[in-house]
Every structure is written in C-alpha cells, then in structure tokens.
Design a protein around this ligand. Structure first.
Ligand SMILES: NC(=O)c1ccc[n+]([C@@H]2O[C@H](COP(=O)([O-])OP(=O)(O)OC[C@H]3O[C@@H](n4cnc5c(N)ncnc54)[C@H](O)[C@@H]3O)[C@@H](O)[C@H]2O)c1
Length: 250
C-alpha cells in the first residue's frame, strides 16, 4: 500500500481504538499517513495507546461512549474544533463479552446496551460525522463479525447487533454515496489477547492459523483508500476460511 503523505492531512476516527483490533487499525492508519483520533470508553487504555503510538504520527484520544448520542455529539465537537474536517471513520467499538444466558434469562437492559454500542453507535457516528466529511474522498468501515451469519448458543444480542451492522452498511452506502463509501468487515476468530493457543486452534482454519488484528487492519486500510474507490456497501469476511467449512459430525 502506498504511504500517504503526512502533509496531505488525511484524518481518521477509530472507535474502540484503545486496544485489540481497533488499536491495530489505528496503528496501521498512522503508518498510512493519517492523523488518527481514537474514541473509546476506556480512558486509561486510550491514553496509553495514544502515547505509545504517537511516535508513528499524530494521534489523539477522546473519551467517548459511542452508545450515547450526547457523548458522540460532544466527541465530534472536539474533533471539529481540533481537526476541522475528516476523511475516514472506522466503527470498531463493540461489546463482545457476556454470551451465555439462555433466552428465558434474557436481560433486556443488557440487550439494549449491546445493541446501542454495537449497532446504534454506527448510525450515531454517521449522523454526527457526516457534516465533517469533505470533498469526495470520504469512507467509512464498520466492523461486524462472522456471527452475523452463524451462532453459538445464547448469543442473541451480539448476533443480532452484528447482523444489523451488515444491513446498516449497505443502507448507509446507498444513502451517503457518492460522497462517502461505506463498507463492512466481518472478522472470524482474531487473537487480540496473545494468550497461548492450541495447535488445533490454528489447524482447524483452512488458512492454517487463528487471525491477527493486523489481518483486519490491512483490509480496513485498503477499503478506506482510493484504490477501493469502486467498492461500497459490501461486507468482507476475514476468517481464515472457517465459514466455508462443513462442520457436520462424521
Ligand atoms: N476479536 C475477535 O475475535 C472478533 C471477532 C469478530 C468481530 N470482532 C469485533 O471487532 C471489534 C473489536 O473487537 P476486539 O476483539 O478488538 O475487542 P476488545 O474488547 O479488545 O476492544 C473493544 C474496544 O472497544 C471499546 N469500547 C467498548 N464499548 C465502548 C463504547 N461504548 N464506547 C467506546 N468504546 C467502547 C473498548 O474499551 C475496547 O477498547 C468489535 O466490534 C468486535 O465485535 C472481534
């Protein structure tokens, strides 16, 4: 990928950029020459990530809860004051833990929170970033999950939210184009914690390994770039081939 010139002043927002996949995306976009603003609810990790990555390029952290319209509105007021306009948004923040309660124990408060953070946030980010996009170069990348099309038991809110992200992606693409392209990435198993993995964890993947945050960051980089200028409204599965495997018991 051709590095962007820092002086061109391209600017990206990455939600959930304090750690994991979001941090890898923030790092990759800095390497590409973007100035990056992380929106994250984890203030300590967000400040840490920004200070560790600032050797690569201009990066700021804004303490924001993307599931709250008030918080998203305030975050974009700061972005507008400090950066003026923006070129790219990566909607990566999400709540992934908390699987496992059977349907009769569904906690509707928890359901609403997961939907707010994983799905409604993307509509809020589009609403409040839209006035800050400039020219015809804008792009948005949303992070869904392979759980948009397959499930383990009792993952109701997460699966529903990620299905919504794929649908919201094409709705936004059709509505915001041609000014802004909107695409989606659906990761499979991405090792963000660096914990020891078993050989069979890797071997079950047709690609021969569990995913890395950089696998997602490199595709996000491409989808935001002008080289992807004819791609919008799409969802890209990055899962080492797992969703292509038949898994019936022998
Ligand atoms: N890791 C995987 O295997 C995997 C697989 C499929 C999809 N995903 C998706 O990728 C994205 C990132 O996953 P990850 O594994 O890096 O997760 P993670 O939990 O390591 O990081 C998520 C980040 O989002 C932030 N965040 C959570 N709620 C927020 C809120 N309300 N406002 C702002 N920031 C908030 C967290 O503080 C954290 O920094 C998520 O959307 C997740 O659903 C991950």
């Amino acid at each position: 990928m051709k590095r962007r010139d820092f002086e061109s002043g391209v600017r990206a927002i990455v939600t959930g950029g304090a750690r994991g996949i979001g941090r890898a995306i923030a790092c990759r976009l800095l390497e590409d020459g973007y100035s990056v603003v992380i929106f994250d609810i984890d203030r300590d990790e967000g400040i840490r990530a920004a200070s560790e990555l600032e050797a690569i390029g201009r990066i700021d952290f804004i303490d924001a809860d993307v599931g709250s319209e008030e918080s998203v509105y305030r975050a974009f007021q700061k972005v507008h004051a400090d950066y003026g306009q923006i070129d790219a948004v990566v909607n990566n923040a999400g709540i992934a833990e908390g699987f496992g309660s059977p349907i009769e124990h569904l906690d509707i408060g928890r359901w609403n929170r997961v939907l707010a953070v994983n799905l409604t946030s993307i509509a809020l980010m589009a609403k409040h970033s839209y006035p800050l996009f400039r020219g015809s170069k804008g792009a948005i990348v949303n992070i869904s999950s392979t759980r948009f099309l397959q499930s383990e038991k009792n993952t109701f809110a997460y699966s529903a939210s990620k299905g919504g992200v794929v649908s919201l992606t094409h709705s936004l693409a059709v509505s915001l184009g041609p000014l802004i392209r909107v695409n989606c990435i659906s990761p499979g198993w991405i090792d963000t914690k660096g914990e020891p993995l078993r050989p069979e964890d890797h071997a079950q993947h047709p690609a021969g390994r569990v995913g890395r945050p950089q696998d997602i960051a490199s595709l996000a980089s491409y989808l935001l770039s002008e080289e992807a200028g004819f791609i919008t409204g799409q969802n890209f599965i990055v899962d080492g081939g797992m969703t292509r495997k038949m898994i019936y018991a022998e």
